[in-house]
Design a protein around this ligand. Structure first.
Ligand code: 13P
Ligand code: SF4
Length: 332
């Protein structure tokens, strides 16, 4: 298929604005998007906040500037809306690590475990899961699950390991990783800390334990941003995808935010290649043509929605697990 053409001289920002109004569209963006996309979005947030916005919006079209599993989540929660993703190839290494057929087999091998699953997974895996979590909601949701309930946690072994260490819960971990957070180097981080001995380190729980061990704060993208906004010092080392620093610079222009380095000593290898696929040009085309569009079979959507609805209910803290009805314990 030929790439859609954009007439020469198109004022992308003006056209995106015009189309957003004409289509009654809302533009949602994750903190890992390029600054120019964050700046024109109607809302920028972490995975949980973006899911809530997608569930609540009264727009007719959601233009999702993030990765595919996030846009799919928007469509699962708002099936009557048109959901477009500027580049359909915007995947995620965690999703790739966990094919639904292998996950189904793993579940079937552990019939007495429930599946608590990170939102960074395919719709097929969501449909096979009992409760979805994001990095900002995982601890709160875990605390509502009875202590004697056995748990499978996938697909991020680092987030699962962090939660297990923090809460003392013994969980069976799926061995997936985020290639972006996996690329941070402990040696280079220690060299950077030696240069900036007063600077705290804020890290995302997708980082390996050898990075989290050096962190003063561990949390989701929105948690890290809040930590940056509230800290007193003048330097912060940020161990997550470096595009989040755009929001930090806006909130605290006098603070020096330094991206934690990879093995080559800089932070460029920690740019998410999937998030980077979205561009202003592709966003314009998505709003103009209402393509590429997320389409989901209704039976899978309904199964995936059950586990996402549990997440939204448990993350809001208004219900306990007992109020949510039986979770699936057979993996069927
Ligand atoms: P959060 O924004 O929920 O912290 O997730 C980070 C992430 O990896 C998105 O892909
Ligand atoms: Fe997936 Fe990692 Fe990119 Fe997030 S940063 S979308 S977890 S590959």
């Amino acid at each position: 298929m030929n790439a859609p053409t954009i007439p020469a001289g198109t004022d992308l920002l003006a056209e995106i604005d015009r189309l957003r109004k004409e289509r009654n569209a809302v533009i949602l963006a994750h903190y890992y998007q390029k600054p120019e996309i964050q700046d024109l979005a109607d809302f920028v947030g972490d995975s949980l906040d973006l899911s809530k916005k997608a569930a609540d919006t009264d727009a007719d079209v959601i233009a999702f500037c993030g990765v595919r599993f996030m846009a799919e989540t928007a469509k699962i929660l708002s099936p009557e809306k048109v959901v477009v993703l500027p580049d359909m190839d915007a995947g995620c290494s965690l999703e790739d690590s966990c094919p639904p057929d292998q996950f189904a087999k793993f579940r079937a091998e552990h019939p007495d475990h429930i599946a608590l699953t990170y939102i960074n997974c395919s719709i097929g895996v969501k449909a096979l899961s009992d409760i979805i979590v994001t990095s900002s909601s995982a601890e709160k949701i875990l605390s509502q699950i009875p202590a004697d309930q056995k748990i499978i946690f996938g697909p991020d072994k680092h987030l699962g390991g962090y939660l297990a260490r923090k809460t003392g819960r013994d969980m069976l971990l799926w061995p997936g990783v985020c290639i972006v957070h996996e690329a941070f180097s402990e040696t280079e981080l220690l060299k950077l800390k030696a240069k900036h001995p007063q600077a705290p380190v804020a890290a995302h729980p997708e980082c390996p334990a050898y990075i989290l061990d050096h962190a003063d704060y561990v949390g989701s993208t929105s948690g890290i941003l809040k930590f940056a906004e509230e800290m007193d010092g003048n330097t912060l080392i940020v161990a997550t995808e470096p595009h989040i620093i755009h929001q930090m610079n806006k909130a605290k222009p006098d603070v020096d935010f330094i991206g934690a380095p990879g093995a080559d000593g800089n932070c460029n290898c920690n740019i998410c290649p999937y998030m980077a696929l979205n561009t202003l040009e592709k966003l314009y085309v998505a709003l103009r043509d209402l393509e590429p569009r997320i389409e989901i079979a209704e039976d899978v959507r309904l199964k995936a929605k059950t586990s996402l609805d549990r997440m939204l209910a448990m993350a809001s803290g208004t219900v306990g697990m007992g109020d949510l009805g039986p979770v699936r314990v057979t993996g069927d």
